[in-house]
Design a protein around this ligand. Structure first.
Ligand SMILES: [Zn+2]
Length: 465
């Protein structure tokens, strides 16, 4: 099976060039000024279009039990939406409950995804406690290609780890070749504030924001960085949302500590005004961290441009407004945290970043594809346009205009966080291992196409320069 893409302009994290591409059996075999199609080749004319390494979303929650319910999107709907929005791979979080063997959680997540994924996928594993059993299970997970751990500093009483447990997770990562990420919010502060507001009868969704102050995120990033420094390992901060956290990241980076920061479209294009203008509908945007004030949007765009923020992922964690978000009608503390975004990341970052001259096209390739692949052990097979790499490509029409709507979204949740957002520059073709799996927001793939990505170990030496 051979695919030839002609007349496009290729943008990688480091280069821009016009070339044709040939993929055979899912692998890029040729990149040249001009490639002549042979009989039997499938040909795509990409004249006027931009070709990027396939976009990778390293932060999703599909088919996840949480806060007494289960996310609305499973792997079938989530990966279909991802494919239609230009994403070719994702990493989801396998989250064990306390006492559950990690290998059991990993096996459950394999089962959720296998045969039900339109795109390639891999897993992080959450470390929600530390003991001898947890330690003994790590080598088998690394062997299986699960080479990143997630620790929660928030969600007291369920997922939150204490500092001692976190230090042990860092030590395990160092010993076995994994990267630790954290949900950086101070869970004690959050829990104290939530209880206080509820006891005062302040139960509307806007108090979710009030109970997640930016200083709680700054504190957690600082603490995580200090503990990682003591352990002598790098650290990855998921869904960074505000200046308070960014300042701590900058301070660590400037003292030559290796800290990777990720943000998400919601912290770039949405603001906390949504909590104050929509009554209970504000529950749609109840997520942790919460949306911040608009000033933070620009501060984070600048931090992406300047290299302090390395990745844009989605934290897609979708709950229907009807029946799921409504669980919190009596109190914000009961609203399941999270929102959709898996199908909109590429178009939003292009339209509000590239088209508005906030970031370059090469920076776009870097933060939506190359860096996620490098940081999480998938590079150069993913995240690059190179001979020998998987033919995973996101093709964007820079002139195509559109508007985001739940009516045209492929996710299963009953709203879109970005309803009515105008787009300028949209993903028009998604190619996964040489196969056109989505075109003009129409799904052309199959759910048995996606393959498990067995990731390489994390090696800090690759980042020491
Ligand atoms: Zn998350």
């Amino acid at each position: 099976m051979s695919l030839v893409i002609k007349n496009g302009t290729i943008f990688t994290a480091s280069d821009t060039f016009k070339a044709d591409i040939r993929a055979v059996n899912g692998i890029i075999t040729e990149i040249a000024d001009k490639i002549n199609a042979e009989p039997g080749d499938e040909v795509i004319d990409a004249a006027g279009l931009e070709i990027y390494p396939g976009a990778i979303d390293v932060h999703t929650h599909l088919d996840m039990p949480f806060m007494g319910t289960v996310t609305a999107d499973d792997f079938a709907s989530g990966t279909t939406a991802a494919a239609c929005g230009g994403t070719t791979s994702l990493l989801d979080f396998a989250i064990p409950s306390k006492g559950q063997p990690l290998k059991e959680a990993a096996a459950i997540w394999h089962k959720k995804a296998e045969g039900r994924s339109a795109i390639d996928y891999g897993f992080h594993i959450a470390i929600v406690e530390y003991n001898e059993r947890v330690a003994s299970e790590i080598p088998a997970l690394i062997e299986d290609g699960i080479t990143s751990f997630k620790c929660f500093f928030a969600y007291k009483g369920s997922l939150m780890v204490n500092d001692g447990e976190f230090i042990e997770a860092l030590n395990l990562a160092k010993k076995h070749g994994a990267l630790v990420s954290i949900h950086a919010e101070n869970g004690e502060m959050l829990s104290y504030l939530a209880n206080k507001f509820v006891s005062e009868g302040k139960t509307a969704p806007e108090y979710h924001e009030a109970s997640h102050p930016a200083i709680a995120e700054g504190e957690a990033v600082h603490r995580g960085a200090v503990l990682a420094k003591m352990a002598g390992v790098p650290l990855y901060i998921v869904h960074m949302s505000c200046k308070e956290a960014l300042d701590e990241i900058k301070a660590a980076l400037c003292s030559r500590q290796l800290i990777f920061a990720e943000t998400c479209p919601q912290y770039l294009v949405l603001s906390n005004k949504l909590y104050h203008a929509n009554g209970f509908e504000a529950a749609k945007w109840v997520m942790s961290p919460p949306l911040r004030d608009g000033e933070n949007n620009d501060i984070i765009w600048d931090a992406i441009r300047d290299g302090f923020v390395k990745v844009i992922a989605t934290d897609h964690c979708s709950f229907n407004f009807k029946g799921q978000k409504e669980t919190g009608l009596s109190s914000f503390a009961k609203i399941p945290n999270g929102g959709p975004g898996i199908g909109d990341r590429v178009n939003l970052v292009y339209s509000y970043g590239v088209a508005k001259n906030k970031i370059s096209k090469n920076k776009f390739a870097e933060v939506v594809s190359a860096n996620p692949a490098k940081i999480f052990g998938m590079y150069p097979r993913k995240g690059s346009v190179a001979i020998g790499a998987d033919a995973d490509l996101t093709i964007i029409d820079p002139l195509k205009k559109g508007e985001i709507s739940v009516k045209t979204s492929h996710h299963k949740v009953d709203y879109n966080s970005y309803e009515g957002f105008a787009l300028e520059g949209m993903a028009v073709m998604t190619i996964s291992r040489g196969r056109l799996i989505a075109k003009d927001n129409k799904f052309l793939g199959t759910l048995d196409h996606g393959k498990y990505i067995k990731r390489k170990k994390f090696d800090p030496a690759e980042w020491s320069a």
